[in-house]
Design a protein around this ligand. Structure first.
Ligand code: C2E
Ligand code: CA
Ligand code: CA
Length: 575
């Protein structure tokens, strides 16, 4: 058994002797281990060097650094560490200050040692339970992260992870350190196997394909599965184009060998599209798209030898350029509008917030989904004026509702933010200006940010979020579970709410392991004092499960799709 280690911070020498005497049995039985230091400065030294301290007992008045300052500085080293104050100055202001700074308990001197023993037990029990919960959460988060970056079936990296690796290769090739190539592979037999023999067999073929392709490449290369029957090989360190052709030929040969399925042998043609790092693209997505296009070209023209991408295949890209040009004008021409999707309290069924979701009414294409134009708006920078417009529009709408539905419980508006907006130096001023001009309180506004955005520029974003919190603006982590899912970030950012991504909710059934993950996220979000919103609730069954898991809020087609503002009064009247 590892003894619980307690750091005692007190300038009174006599205390050391008394504690050693009173806790002699526990010390001998290796249940407790005490370390004594005379002031806050030395305590901080100990905490920095000695990882395994379980709790702190500290005096208030000490030379050098007092106990209240120690409480403040301690959390920088370990925010989960708990301290009990032991002081002769047990007056209310001191106790209040200590509690505000996160003290766990307060004992007055002269010390009643029986009381101290109980307090130590209680604190250690709390600390251990807390630690267990954190470990459990970390495990769930690790699992989430795995799901976010790896394909469950083949255990290969997925598109998410692949794009990151392509980005890395792109950096290296810009610095002329190395060249890379991407092979996009699609199997012709796949659909026939899947529909003819069923999922179990097609799954086996896919796993076999993964093995074969992996055996053809070097350990530094990446083999990813990006779709049903689609695999991508990223060759990371290439000398010349001949080498790419050789590798493609080896893979093709390996996949040509028959697959043994259900006793019979199945042969497959495969189509391979290639792209080499010498083309002038800036983004990992562009390279992947190019390789995909080359693969489709091969498929369409039934070329079973690998096809290299060239610009004549770029019809799709032209379409994109047109869309980009249209997007430039869309704001001016007032082609954007906002729909609102209610977020409900699962216990009472009342609406607590609306999420603002932008739409583009394109003159020729009709309504374009944000999934299609937000990435483009981000690439072109239009997201900055567009995001500001959405924010302003949504706040005006909320102001109107607050005036119209006076008897309704306080409502908030949730607005999505893109990473570029966070990096915009005018962002805070814009937020202030919008809120002030409408006399809206900060607490009426919720901002939704994905975890990957936060993590990218952690320090800058933390500062910005602190500024937002000063205005009482609420912060939600969007699409939780699809990114890094890091416990450290959850703890350090001043977040109020987690929105569990709808991919978890849609697979939520009693038997599914997503149920366990979702349950762990909810329980532990609560232990971090975060509320949980489940996205994409579509069925009563999901709702029942979420209620039983004590998820606070929900959003989804079961309650309502995103609505035009004019349809909101009717919806509110019914709820
Ligand atoms: P999101 O923030 O995760 O928004 C939720 C999306 O899920 C919305 O898609 C919503 O219509 C959809 N949804 C809601 N309930 C259900 C359901 O029960 N089942 C299913 N299958 N889907 C449901 P939408 O409106 O197409 O928006 C897509 C994404 O575009 C949003 O995902 C958000 O990331 C982004 N977006 C939308 N508006 C803005 C904006 O103003 N600024 C920024 N930066 N991004 C925005
Ligand atoms: Ca959102
Ligand atoms: Ca979301």
């Amino acid at each position: 058994m590892i003894p619980a280690k307690i750091l005692v911070v007190d300038d009174e020498i006599e205390l050391e002797r008394l504690i050693k005497q009173r806790f002699r049995k526990k010390i001998l039985a290796k249940e407790l281990d005490f370390i004594f230091v005379p002031n806050g400065i030395e305590a901080l030294e100990q905490l920095k060097n000695e990882q395994a301290i379980d709790m702190v007992l500290t005096d208030i008045n000490m030379p050098g650094m007092d106990g209240l300052t120690l409480l403040n500085k301690m959390t920088d080293i370990d925010q989960n560490l708990k301290a009990v104050i032991v002081s002769a100055y047990g007056d209310l202001p001191n106790i209040r200050t200590a509690m505000n700074r996160g003290a766990f308990d307060f004992i007055t001197k002269p010390i009643d040692f029986q009381d101290l023993a109980i307090t130590i037990d209680k604190t250690l029990e709390f600390v251990h339970r807390n630690k267990e919960q954190r470990e459990q959460l970390q495990k769930a988060l690790d699992q989430l992260r795995y799901q976010a970056f790896y394909d469950q079936l083949t255990c290969l990296p997925n598109q998410n992870l692949l794009l990151g690796r392509i980005r890395q290769c792109l950096e290296w090739s810009k610095q002329r350190l190395s060249r890379f190539a991407i092979l996009f592979i699609s199997l012709e037999c796949f659909k026939a196997v899947k529909y003819g023999l069923g999922h179990t067999f097609s799954d086996r073929v896919l796993i076999e394909v993964a093995h074969r392709v992996e055996n053809c490449v070097k350990p530094i290369d990446t083999v990813a599965r990006v779709g049903g029957d689609e695999f991508v090989v990223l060759l990371s360190d290439i000398k010349n184009f001949e080498e790419v052709l050789e590798k493609a030929a080896v893979i093709e040969e390996a996949l040509k060998q028959p697959f043994k399925v259900n006793g019979s042998l199945i042969c497959s043609n495969n189509y391979i599209g290639m792209v080499y790092s010498n083309i002038n693209y800036e983004k990992p997505e562009d390279f992947l798209r190019a390789a995909d296009m080359a693969m489709h070209y091969a498929k369409k023209s039934h070329q079973i030898t690998p096809v290299l991408f060239d610009v004549s295949m770029q019809a799709k890209t032209l379409d994109r350029l047109q869309l980009e040009a249209d997007l430039q004008e869309a704001l001016e021409k007032q082609q954007f509008f906002v729909k609102y999707q209610p977020i409900l309290c699962l216990e009472t069924g009342k609406v607590v917030s609306f999420e603002a979701l932008v739409r583009w009414h394109h003159p020729k294409r009709g309504i374009v989904s944000p999934v299609d134009f937000i990435p483009l708006a981000e690439e072109t920078g239009i997201i900055i004026p567009l995001g500001k417009w959405v924010l302003s529009e949504a706040c005006q709408q909320l102001k109107y509702w607050l005036e119209q539905f006076k008897n309704y419980p306080p409502m908030t508006i949730s607005v999505n933010l893109s990473g570029m907006q966070l990096a915009d130096p005018n962002f805070l001023d814009d937020v202030d200006h919008i809120l002030e001009s409408l006399s809206l309180k900060g607490s009426s506004l919720k901002l939704e940010i994905t975890e990957s955005i936060l993590v990218e520029k952690a320090q800058e974003n933390k500062d910005l979020m602190t500024q937002l919190k000063k205005r009482n603006i609420e912060l939600s982590i969007d699409d939780f579970g699809t990114g890094y899912s890091s416990l450290a970030y959850l703890q350090t950012f001043p977040i109020d709410t987690l929105k569990i991504d709808r991919s978890f909710i849609s697979r939520l059934t009693e038997k599914d392991k997503n149920l366990d993950i979702t349950q762990t996220i909810i329980t532990l979000a609560h232990s971090l004092d975060l509320d949980v919103i489940s996205e994409g609730v579509e069925t009563e069954e999901q709702l029942d499960i979420l209620r039983s898991l004590q998820c606070e809020y929900g959003q989804g087609y079961l309650f309502s799709p995103p609505l035009h503002p004019q349809d909101i009064p009717k919806f509110l009247a019914e709820h």
